[in-house]
Design a protein around this ligand. Structure first.
Ligand code: AMP
Length: 619
C-alpha cells in the first residue's frame, strides 16, 4: 500500500533560497518543502512564469513567497511583487505568511489592501514603500487608477486562487491589472482547477509557463475507517481531547506540519495526562528509535509526528491516525493513514480540515476510492457515561486488588457511631475519592462539523468575508428568540467557546442553556444570547472579563432584511413563533413560578440594504 511510497523529499537548503529566508524557515520549524514547493520554487527563482495547480493546504503560499523573497531587492523602494487574492481573508493570510517568512529580512514590508478599509489609511501605508502588496482585485484596480502605487518596478504578479477570483466575478478586474502592469513582469498563477477562462488568460498573458500539477496516487484501505472533522484552528485541541477521552484507543499517531507543533502539542497532551512523545527531524536518531520502541511497548501511547519523522513507521498497535494538520497532498495522506490498520487490524483515521481546505477532501476521497464521512464529536453525555464507567471500574479494581480490611474496620466503626446507611457513607467516600475535580463535564459547546457541500460552503465563506467587511456579523442569523452580541475577545486572546460560556454563565448568573451559538474571530467573537436580556444581566456582562480581556459586549444589529421580513410576515399571519424564553439567572430559574411568560416575538430592526459585491470590495 503506502509503504512503497518513494517520495523525492528535498531539503530547503538545496533549493537556492537566500540564507535569510532559510533562517526564517528554521525559526518557524518547517522541516522539508511540500511537493508543490519543491516543484515550483526553482522555476520562480529562475524568473519563469509558472502555473501551479494546487489548492489551499498544499503549501502554495510559500511556493511563491519564498523564492520571491529570495530575489527581492530590499533597497528598492517601489513595489516589486503584487499578489491578487479573491478575498480579504486570503489577502491578509498571504500578507501574514510573507511577514513570517521574511522575519530575518531587514527592511522588508508587505501591505494587504482590500475593500472596506479606509482609503486614506491605505494611501499612508503605501507611502511606507512596501516591497510586496497583496490585495483583492477591485481595490487594487482602484488604487492603480488613482496612480498609487507606482508599479513601474514590478517584478512579479501572483494570481492566487485564480479560479476563485473567476467564480467571484473578479476576472475582468484581474485582466485589467494584467494589462496595466509592465510587460516584463513574471507571472505566477495558482488555481485549484483550470476552467477554460483561466486557461485562456494563461495562454494570453503568460510566457512559456511551467505547468505544475500534483499527481494523484490511488489506494484502497479496507481496514481503515476514515472520518473528517471540519474545524477551525482554535477548536482543534478541544476536538482532539474529546476524541481521546471518548474513543477506545491503543496507540495513536498525530500528524502535524512543523517541528515546533510536535513539541507544543506534546506538551499540551502531557499536561492532560496522556503518555505522549514528539517525533521530528531534529530529534537524534537514537532518541527517535527509543521513542518508537516505547510506543511499541505501550510506554508511550501517543506520538506527535511530522511526516518525515514518521516515514515508514511500522507499529501494529496504532489504532488511530489523527491528521491534526492537513497533509500537503493525497500521497502524504495515504502514507499517513497507512500507519494504522496494519497486520489485518482495524484502524481509524481522522482528518481535521479547515473549511477552506475542503477541496483536499474531494481529492482524498477520489484517491482512496472511499467516501469519508463526517466525524461525530463525542457529546457531553458520551463523555460523562465513559467517565462514570471508568469511575466504577476504579471501584472494581480497588476491590480486586487492595486489602481493604483496615478501611472496612474504620467504616464499620463510623457506621455504628453515626447510624447511617452504608450507601450514604459510600457516596461520601466516593466524593472524597473524586477530590475537587468534578467527575462530569457540565457543558461542552456544540461543535457541529460544517456542511460538506464544497460549492455551497465556498460561496458562504466568500459571502461572509464580504459581510464581515461591511460591519455585519458575517454568519447565519441567530436562532429564534436569540440576538447576536459582539464581544471583544477572539483567537488572538486564545479564547475558547468554553471560556465564553463560563464567563457569561458565571459572571451574569445566566443559565448556560440561554447561551446560543458562539463564533470566534481573530479579535472578537459573536455570541447569541436571549433577545430580551434584562438590563441587570447586560450590565453585569459589560463588566465581565474573559482571558484577561474585558468582554465589552454590544448588541449587533440584524444584517439580513429578508429574515426580518419573513419573521414579521409570519407573525402577521397569526403564525406566531414559539415565545422566546426569557433569560433567567440561576436563582430565578430555580424559583420560577408556574405562570408562563407570554412574550411576544419582537420584530427586529431592519438593516441597511446590502451592497453589491463590487461596491463592497471597493467601499
Ligand atoms: P497554504 O497551502 O499555503 O495555505 O499552506 C497551508 C499551511 O501549511 C500553512 O499553515 C503553512 O504555514 C503550512 N506550510 C506550508 N509549507 C510548509 C512546510 N514546508 N512545512 C510545514 N508547514 C508548511
Amino acid at each position: 500500500m503506502a509503504d512503497d511510497h518513494e517520495d523525492s523529499v528535498t531539503s530547503f537548503d538545496k533549493l537556492n533560497l537566500s540564507p535569510a529566508v532559510i533562517k526564517g524557515l528554521k525559526a518557524i520549524g518547517y522541516e522539508t518543502p511540500s511537493p508543490i514547493q519543491a516543484a515550483i520554487i526553482p522555476h520562480v527563482l529562475e524568473g519563469r512564469d509558472v502555473i501551479g495547480q494546487a489548492q489551499t493546504g498544499t503549501g502554495k503560499t510559500a511556493a511563491f513567497a519564498l523564492p520571491l523573497l529570495t530575489t527581492l531587492e530590499a533597497k528598492q523602494k517601489l513595489p516589486q511583487v503584487l499578489v491578487l487574492a479573491p478575498t480579504r481573508e486570503l489577502a491578509i493570510q498571504v500578507s501574514e505568511a510573507f511577514k513570517t517568512y521574511a522575519s530575518q529580512l531587514k527592511g522588508f514590508q508587505v501591505l494587504p489592501i482590500y475593500g472596506g478599509q479606509d482609503y486614506r489609511a491605505q494611501l499612508k501605508a503605501l507611502q511606507r514603500n512596501p516591497q510586496v502588496i497583496v490585495g483583492t482585485p477591485g481595490r487594487v484596480m482602484d488604487h492603480m487608477r488613482r496612480g498609487t502605487p507606482d508599479l513601474s518596478q514590478l517584478q512579479c504578479l501572483v494570481l492566487d486562487e485564480a479560479d476563485e477570483m473567476l467564480r467571484m466575478g473578479f476576472i475582468d478586474d484581474v485582466e485589467w491589472v494584467l494589462e496595466k502592469t509592465p510587460d516584463q513582469r513574471q507571472i505566477a498563477l495558482f488555481s485549484a482547477t483550470m476552467p477554460s477562462v483561466i486557461r485562456k488568460i494563461a495562454e494570453k498573458h503568460l510566457t512559456d509557463p511551467e505547468h505544475i500539477t500534483m499527481k494523484v496516487k490511488t489506494m484502497t484501505a479496507d481496514t481503515i475507517d476514515q472520518r473528517v472533522w471540519i474545524v477551525s484552528g482554535a477548536h482543534k485541541l478541544d476536538a482532539l481531547t474529546r476524541i481521546l477521552e471518548a474513543d477506545d484507543f491503543d496507540g495513536i499517531i498525530i500528524f502535524v506540519r512543523t517541528k515546533n507543533a510536535t513539541l507544543e502539542l506534546t506538551d499540551k497532551l502531557l499536561a492532560r495526562g496522556y503518555n505522549t512523545a514528539a517525533l521530528n527531524g531534529d530529534i537524534q536518531q537514537k532518541q527517535r528509535e527509543k521513542t518508537v520502541s516505547e510506543l511499541k511497548a505501550g510506554k508511550v501511547d501517543i506520538l506527535v509526528a511530522t511526516d518525515v519523522a514518521a516515514r515508514g513507521l511500522d507499529v501494529d498497535r496504532i489504532s488511530h491516525v489523527i491528521n491534526y494538520d492537513v497533509p500537503y497532498d493525497t500521497e502524504a495522506y495515504i502514507h499517513r493513514i497507512g500507519r494504522t490498520g496494519r497486520a489485518g487490524r482495524q484502524g481509524k483515521a481522522i482528518l481535521f480540515l479547515a473549511p477552506r481546505e475542503r477541496r483536499m477532501l474531494k481529492n482524498i476521497e477520489t484517491a482512496t476510492r472511499q467516501k469519508i464521512h463526517n466525524l461525530e464529536l463525542p457529546s457531553s453525555d458520551m463523555i460523562n457515561n465513559r467517565r462514570i464507567d471508568q469511575f466504577k471500574q476504579r471501584i472494581t479494581d480497588t476491590l480486586d486488588i487492595e486489602d481493604l480490611s483496615f478501611f472496612k474496620d474504620i467504616v464499620e466503626q463510623y457506621q455504628k457511631e453515626k447510624d447511617l446507611p452504608p450507601l450514604v457513607i459510600s457516596a461520601a467516600l466516593a466524593r472524597m475519592a473524586q477530590g475537587d475535580t468534578p467527575l462530569l463535564v457540565t457543558h461542552l459547546p456544540e461543535f457541529k462539523s460544517d456542511s460538506r457541500s464544497d460549492r455551497y460552503d465556498r460561496k458562504k465563506e466568500s459571502r461572509r468575508s464580504r459581510e464581515r467587511g461591511k460591519g455585519n456579523h458575517g454568519a447565519e442569523e441567530p436562532e429564534k428568540g436569540k440576538h447576536r452580541f459582539k464581544i471583544q475577545v477572539g483567537h488572538t486572546h486564545d479564547v475558547k467557546p468554553g471560556n465564553i460560556v463560563g464567563a457569561i454563565a458565571n459572571e451574569a448568573g445566566l443559565d448556560s442553556k440561554d447561551i446560543g451559538a458562539i463564533k470566534i474571530f481573530d479579535d472578537f467573537s459573536y455570541v447569541d444570547l436571549p433577545e430580551e436580556m434584562p438590563n441587570e444581566i447586560f450590565r453585569k456582562l459589560k463588566g465581565a472579563w474573559v482571558c484577561g480581556q474585558k468582554l465589552g459586549i454590544e448588541k449587533v444589529e440584524s444584517s439580513n432584511p429578508s429574515v426580518t421580513r419573513s419573521r414579521k410576515k409570519s407573525a402577521k399571519e397569526g403564525n406566531l413563533e414559539r415565545p422566546s424564553r426569557k433569560p433567567r439567572t440561576r436563582d430565578q430559574a430555580k424559583s420560577r413560578k408556574k405562570s408562563k411568560s407570554t412574550d411576544k416575538s419582537k420584530s427586529r430592526k431592519s438593516a441597511p440594504k446590502s451592497k453589491s459585491r463590487k461596491e463592497s470590495d471597493k467601499s
